[in-house]
Design a protein around this ligand. Structure first.
Ligand SMILES: [Zn+2]
Length: 401
């Protein structure tokens, strides 16, 4: 810890000492699956209470409207929970962004609802790592930094959204507004590996629903008059799949629609996920979807409408982002924590923040693993450890200014 000033040492100790263990048990007991609006309202209220310990103006913001295509090809509105937004000292010279999400992938109907100790210090439970533990790390670090005199030079916004696990479509505008003009951002997803390794570059991600409308006809009497939407969707799935290449992953994931066996089906919906590595690959992917849809529509005499888009832009490691990673690494070294980073195939709000031109480290949360499964676990000692890392990182961002 040779590299730390006495002030930094004091702030780091405060961050470590913040109570987090009991809170993570209490917070993970609240079901906040992305589609559980009641649970999300309860979680948002709990978070609003906890984050009221910080100065600034706290609000729960209405979700932006989001449309989706249902299994019958109709456009429907999707409901989301409110997002927590806190704005602190907007006039201060150094402006940072902190983000996290309150939702989990485990809805009310999921059997995984309770925490249990796997062994001493290792807690299994829904959202303990992804990311209720991470939210506690963020809060502990900021509470500690707020006790420092240097905090008067620090302004920040916090966004804790309710829809990250379903693509952040209703919070993307709020995230973009909050990111605008920020020097750097920290997001509290769990570390990419249980040893604390951070996620570096990330691909983008797009979800499309391609609604194919053909023409129905009797399967025996006049099938030649029909235009089979199911076959067109299958042809489209194969054509898109053929575009898999370095820099672009394509996953046709579902076909809905069809008809009774004696009818040529006139409706099918193909769902596909695309993951481009770079902005250029993203352009290529967007053109691919349009051209594949147009080609199959012509070949099979069907209509195809394209819904959806690139909710998560690619996040390449820019020189500015690399500088921020180096700063976190140096802070880790002073705390006796070895910090490395590596690319990952996953996406998160860090993608959206990076697309606003703001350098972001998006895995500042806890150490743990097996997230999105009922084996999700949190290494409890990583709560104070990562709170210390965040607190020192924030102090260094202030000093670097
Ligand atoms: Zn997460």
């Amino acid at each position: 810890m040779g590299g730390m000033s006495s002030t930094e040492r004091e702030i780091v100790e405060r961050a470590r000492a913040e109570p987090m263990r009991e809170q993570v048990l209490a917070w993970s007991a609240i079901n906040s699956g992305s589609r559980n609006l009641d649970g999300l309202a309860g979680m948002a209220a709990t978070l609003a209470d906890a984050f009221a310990a910080l100065p600034g103006e706290l609000s729960l913001e209405a979700p932006a409207p989001v449309e989706a295509v249902d299994a019958r090809g109709r456009t429907v509105q999707i409901e989301h929970g409110r997002h927590l937004h806190l704005k602190v000292r907007p006039e201060a010279p150094v402006q940072l962004l902190f983000t996290g999400h309150m939702d989990t992938v485990f809805g009310v109907e999921h059997p995984f609802q309770e925490t249990r100790w796997i062994e001493d210090g290792v807690l299994n439970g829904p959202g303990v790592a992804d990311m209720k533990g991470g939210l506690l790390v963020m809060l502990a670090a900021l509470k500690a930094v707020e006790t420092s005199g240097a905090a008067s030079a620090l302004g920040y916004e916090i966004v804790i959204n309710s829809d990250e696990e379903v693509g952040s479509l209703s919070s993307a505008p709020l995230l973009a507004r909050a990111a605008a003009g920020k020097r750097a951002a920290l997001t509290y997803e769990p570390a990419a590996l249980p040893d604390g390794t951070l996620a570096g570059a990330r691909p983008g991600s797009a979800n499309f629903a391609l609604v194919v409308r053909g023409r129905s006809a009797h399967a025996g009497r006049n099938p030649e008059d029909g235009r089979n939407a199911l076959l067109a969707a299958a042809a489209l799935a194969l054509r898109l799949n053929d575009a898999n290449a370095p820099g672009l992953k394509v996953n046709p994931s579902r076909i809905e629609g069809g008809s009774p066996s004696n009818v040529v089906p006139d409706l099918a919906i193909l769902r596909v996920n695309l993951r481009p590595s770079t902005p250029e690959d993203e352009d290529r992917a967007a053109r691919l979807v349009e051209s594949a849809a147009a080609a199959v529509a012509t070949e099979r005499e069907v209509q195809i409408s394209v819904h959806g888009g690139f909710g998560r832009p690619p996040k390449p490691l820019t020189p500015d982002a690399e500088k921020l990673f180096e700063l976190v690494k140096a802070a880790g070294a002073d705390l006796g924590q070895g910090i490395a980073w590596q690319p990952t195939g996953g996406v998160c709000d860090g993608n959206n923040i990076a697309a606003c031109g703001v350098p972001v480290v998006d895995t500042m949360g806890v150490r743990g693993g097996k997230i999105h499964s009922d084996e999700e676990y949190l290494i409890v000692d990583s709560l104070p450890e990562r709170a210390a890392l965040s607190a020192l990182t924030i102090m260094r961002l202030l000093e670097a200014a």
